[in-house]
Design a protein around this ligand. Structure first.
Ligand code: ZN
Length: 239
């Protein structure tokens, strides 16, 4: 017990010192989350759930922004939708349903999507250079729950992303990818709920639909998330 006490005092002192250092530096450690930049979500790869504006130029712009951030020393995390083929978010797994029908699943509205990002298929591949990515966080493996958020699925099961970020000392997240109105929003909001400062780079995101994307941006702002147009490091550092 005495050891534990000493350890805790030591930890508290270290925390104070480190905290002081971080404050003196005027910024918190930043982590980057690239959300679901995968074949099936892009026009570039003629994906089954291709989102508007996701041509090759878009993917390359995400890749070059990510490279810039990596070159600045920020760790890059990427989420990857990774479904079994019997996943309940696929309309094909519900008799008589069409793509984009909405049903109740686990007491939540569930959009029924075309089958997408099935494990070990080309459509599930992450399209940016994987050499840039520190860790890939897979999500949506449980056939019974969807997982827009990179932090947890709709059943509340954690992906391990939060633990990983905390272990790496990350306090601030820069998030972008596909889709603004679904996985980007859910990941950003869960980031705030987990105690991070969150910045979404709108120009590096693409949404399924304009109205839901605009609504998502408003909801994110209300949650205290900073929305910026492009990768403005001054704004990111100052937030
Ligand atoms: Zn999915």
């Amino acid at each position: 017990m005495r050891y534990l006490g000493l350890l805790m005092v030591g930890f508290a002192i270290c925390n104070l010192l480190c905290g002081g250092f971080v404050m003196a530096e005027g910024h918190e450690k930043i982590g980057i989350i690239v959300v679901d930049v995968q074949g099936d979500f892009t026009r570039f790869k003629d994906g089954s759930l291709a989102v508007e504006g996701t041509d090759e130029a878009y993917v390359r712009s995400v890749e070059s922004a990510t490279k810039r951030l990596k070159d600045m020393g920020y760790p890059i995390y990427a989420t990857q939708d990774w479904h079994p083929k019997e996943h309940l978010s696929f309309y094909t797994n519900h008799k008589g349903k069409k793509p984009f029908d909405v049903i109740k699943l686990n007491n939540k509205d569930q959009v029924l999507w075309p089958p997408h990002c099935v494990q070990d298929t080309p459509g599930a591949e992450i399209l940016i250079d994987k050499g840039l990515i520190k860790t890939i966080v897979k999500k949506g493996m449980d056939p019974n729950f969807d997982s827009y958020s990179g932090f947890q699925d709709d059943g509340g099961k954690k992906t391990g992303l939060d633990q990983m970020l905390k272990a790496d000392g990350i306090r601030k997240l820069v998030i972008y990818g596909i889709a603004t109105d679904y996985c980007v929003k859910a990941t950003a909001v869960d980031g705030v709920n987990a105690g991070y400062k969150v910045i979404v780079v709108k120009g590096l995101c693409r949404g399924v639909a304009t109205d839901t994307s605009n609504k998502a941006l408003e909801e994110m702002k209300e949650k205290g998330i900073l929305i910026i147009e492009d990768l403005d490091m001054e704004k990111i550092k100052a937030f």
